[in-house]
Design a protein. Structure first.
Length: 426
């Protein structure tokens, strides 16, 4: 033990923190969100719903009714069960049943957004050095949540089900089958079956992140991995799929209500982990949400779909108009994102740095979504939060910037420029 004559504590000394704290990286997206209010900035960063579409009136009425009723109010303001507010658990069980997953409330636990669900699952399944199978790219918040538990990342290709890397000590897989963050792509049914075959042969559980599943604009819904595995195994309690859902993308993220739906032994462990983490989520928020979803979940989703579909189309049209040759992008059937692939010589971090100074358009650079920090040629665009004119204007500016970078790279001008870390850029 070292002694010191100092009376003040040196918080710059990393040794004061546990080793795992060093792996806790700031979210690039949170950094971008700080720029949102600045004049002249067009933001395509963040998986952010349009606040004009929040069911604010219904939320206000539900809050008034609950707080105005003495019995409901004291229940909503008291400590409660870690599993969650029972009427909401019942609603979710019915919703999962409609999605082809017959289950009871014993198969569900409410979480503080699905993000807490990911953290608790990492805590339950990952020992340091365990292999975690993820797609590359994948949701950066999942990489953040799981990295704390010090896994070794390996890659699973959601199309073929093939796995790459050291899978000998695989502990868990994580995939986003519908309108993935960041690519917007959806895994077809035949590939989901292959993925389940791979995961089954590895003998590990798979976390299915269904954050965007309800936001389908085009095409037919595809059964979730959980629904497919329940068909295979005959019962949710025999399934290896752990489904993480959320109301953030359909109702409002500020309520912070998500859920996990899985076999009962998994739920029981998550409940214990949750007790240790924060006892339970806000009962008032869950009670409000229960009233809102009971009265108008479908109506609310139907309100979002045409608006988001239209904005996706506006962005796709603008990309076709303003992006130079050599740039390609995905065409999502739902969700919130388009994924751009730049010509080989370009770097999305350098593009963002220049964009902040010149065109003032922000997006999330590809490396944020890769466990190994690769993906320089890619960037993610969000289309749900901007109006038509802003989308067209922003893509025109971005197209100009990409064009400049292509010219500069052809003349060798960008080659020696330092890119710096993202944290230093924004
Ligand atoms: C794929 C995915 N999973 C989970 C989350 C976390 O959402 P929340 O914690 O608000 O439910 C997000 C948020 O953007 C996401 O994109």
């Amino acid at each position: 033990m070292s002694t010191s004559s100092r009376t003040w504590f040196d918080w710059q000394d990393e040794g004061a923190f546990a080793g795992r704290a060093a792996g806790m990286k700031p979210s690039a997206i949170r950094e971008f969100l700080k720029l949102l209010g600045q004049p002249g900035i067009v933001s395509f960063a963040g998986g952010i719903p349009d606040p004009a579409l929040f069911p604010s009136d219904a939320i206000a009425q539900a809050a008034a009714r609950i707080t105005g009723d003495p019995a409901l109010c004291s229940n909503a303001l008291q400590y409660a069960a870690s599993e969650g507010y029972e009427p909401l658990l019942e609603w979710i069980a019915g919703y999962m049943g409609d999605l082809g997953v017959p289950c009871t409330i014993d198969n569900i636990v409410i979480t503080t957004g699905s993000q807490q669900g990911l953290d608790l699952l990492g805590k339950l399944f990952l020992d340091p050095g365990d292999t975690l199978l993820v797609t590359a790219p994948t949701y950066l918040g999942a990489l953040q949540a799981f990295s704390v538990y010090e896994p070794v990342f390996a890659k699973v290709d959601p199309g073929s089900g093939a796995v790459y890397g050291d899978i000998a000590s695989s502990a868990m897989a994580y995939v986003i089958p519908d309108f993935a963050n960041p690519t917007g792509e959806t895994v077809p049914r035949s590939s989901r079956e292959r993925l389940l075959d791979t995961i089954t042969s590895l003998g590990v559980p798979v976390v299915e992140d269904a954050a965007y599943q309800a936001l389908r604009f085009d095409g037919e819904p595809i059964p979730s991995l959980l629904a497919l595995d329940v068909m295979r195994t005959g019962h949710i309690d025999r399934s290896r799929v752990i489904y993480a859902g959320t109301f953030s993308k359909t109702i409002a993220p500020g309520l912070r209500v998500g859920w996990i739906c899985a076999a009962r032994p998994v739920i029981q462990k998550v409940v214990r982990a949750r007790q240790a983490a924060d006892l339970h989520g806000s009962t008032l928020d869950q009670a409000i949400l229960h009233e809102v979803v009971t009265a108008r979940f479908d109506e609310q989703v139907q309100r979002l779909l045409p608006v988001y579909r239209h904005r996706r189309d506006v962005m796709l049209d603008a990309l076709a108009r303003f992006m130079p040759t050599g740039v390609s992008w995905t065409r999502p059937e739902g969700g919130m994102f388009i994924w751009l692939t730049l010509p080989e010589t370009l770097d999305s971090l350098a593009l963002l740095r220049d964009s902040l100074e010149e065109e003032r358009v922000i997006f999330v650079p590809g490396p944020s979504f890769f466990a190994d920090g690769s993906g320089e040629r890619h960037l993610r665009l969000n289309y749900t939060r901007s109006d038509d004119a802003t989308i067209v204007d922003g893509i025109e500016r971005l197209g100009r910037l990409v064009e400049r970078h292509i010219h500069e790279s052809m003349s060798g001008a960008t080659g020696s420029r330092p890119v710096g870390s993202l944290g230093g850029v924004v």
